[in-house]
Design a protein around this ligand. Structure first.
Ligand code: ADP
Length: 352
């Protein structure tokens, strides 16, 4: 019976290690008896975001393999290293993140709301405020950072240090930048499967030579999913901001995003919502505000979710043009710079 249980446990794949639970080294003890089946798992860090779904899968799969034991299966979780592991311990890898002081994740419920634009402009603003800043484009489904920072064609060089390989990030407007887009041809219609995306992201996170940074901005993929959980498990994110547009977007999508950050094993404070493309002011009518996409959508979202509204950013022509020509709006428009500085200051003052 024990062998069968072990085979079942190995058949359950931990999304972050991409290996079975036994090979992942998290199974501490397996004790079947005629009365019950008791499994102990050991997670090296109690922030493991996959813990609950793994527990659920174990109970389900053992329950269907041993129907007579269905209600007598217990899975206990402890923090620490499993004693009973068959896994070959991996050599301790030093992460390029060790000298990064704060990490801010920029996320959105949907694509196309300006999440990447906001992430890039925020990063350039932090740098202009004197903070050593980096940005990681983790939007595996549509990496846009190389274009937005005028870094297309940059090929990161690798450097060997203490028998480990680090990649040198690009630099633009005083911001160190790394993107999955540096490694793929822009025209490649690339569909990243989960494990491929998470594997590549882990490498980008830990093997980029960030050196000392006051703040690292992460441009997250839109929505919620396994890639997000991997990102949040791999690094300690100090705060998350959510970008939204004034359109009536499904409250449920935003709530799902907020719940992801606030979940037990993740515990990332949500710093607030940024409303992008809030209104339009034509150059010839500087005192007019046209609420093209509706008014106050993000403010309502903030109220309904109990999350702060960090600020509103209007439609800025130079933001759109700048995205394509590699010139972020804050570097060409004093107005844009003001909006972003206001938001950046709130973030700095509220990040713990
Ligand atoms: P996401 O990362 O959410 O998919 P992007 O940042 O790529 O969205 O933005 C989508 C498009 O909207 C881009 O063409 C970008 O230039 C444009 N855009 C974003 N924010 C603004 C803004 N405030 N004013 C004008 N255009 C904007």
């Amino acid at each position: 019976m024990k062998e069968k249980i072990i085979a079942i446990l190995e058949g359950i794949v931990h999304p972050a290690t991409e290996k079975g639970l036994i090979s992942s080294g998290i199974v501490d003890n397996v004790s079947p008896s005629t009365e019950n089946i008791s499994i102990t798992l050991a997670f090296p860090k109690n922030r493991d975001p996959f813990m609950n779904s793994i527990k659920r899968q174990i109970i389900e799969q053992l329950g269907s393999a041993f129907p007579e034991m269905k209600d007598k299966i217990s899975v206990t979780v402890k923090e620490g290293v499993a004693k009973n592991t068959n896994a070959n311990p991996k050599p301790e890898m030093k992460s390029g993140l060790t000298k990064v002081k704060k990490i801010v994740a920029v996320s959105s419920a949907k694509g196309g709301v300006g999440k990447s634009t906001v992430a890039v402009n925020l990063a350039v603003t932090f740098a202009s405020m004197g903070y050593k800043t980096g940005i990681l484009d983790a939007d595996v489904y549509g990496p846009s950072l190389p274009k937005m920072l005028g870094l297309e064609g940059y090929l990161p060089e690798a450097e060997e240090r203490e028998r480990q390989t680090y990649m040198i990030p690009a630099e633009a407007y005083g911001v160190k930048a790394m993107s999955i887009g540096f490694f793929i041809k822009p025209d490649d219609a690339l569909v990243w499967r989960g494990p491929m995306a998470t594997g590549a992201l882990k490498q980008l996170i830990h093997q980029t030579d960030w050196e000392t940074l006051d703040v690292l901005v992460i441009d997250m993929p839109p929505g919620t999913g396994d890639v997000h959980l991997t990102l949040l498990a791999e690094m300690k994110v100090n705060g998350a901001v959510i970008v939204s547009t004034p359109q009536e977007i499904a409250l449920a999508d935003v709530v799902r995003g907020i719940s992801m950050f606030r979940a037990d094993h993740i515990n990332v404070p949500v710093l607030g919502i940024i409303e992008n493309m809030a209104w339009f002011t034509p150059e010839e009518l500087p005192n007019k505000k046209y609420y093209i996409f509706g008014k106050g959508g993000a403010a309502r979202l903030a109220e309904q979710t109990g999350v702060r509204l960090l600020g509103e950013i209007p439609l800025i022509m130079s933001a759109m043009e700048g995205s394509d020509s590699g010139k972020p709006a804050v570097t060409t428009s004093a107005e844009a710079a003001r909006y972003y500085e206001h938001i950046a200051r709130i973030i700095v003052n509220n990040i713990s």
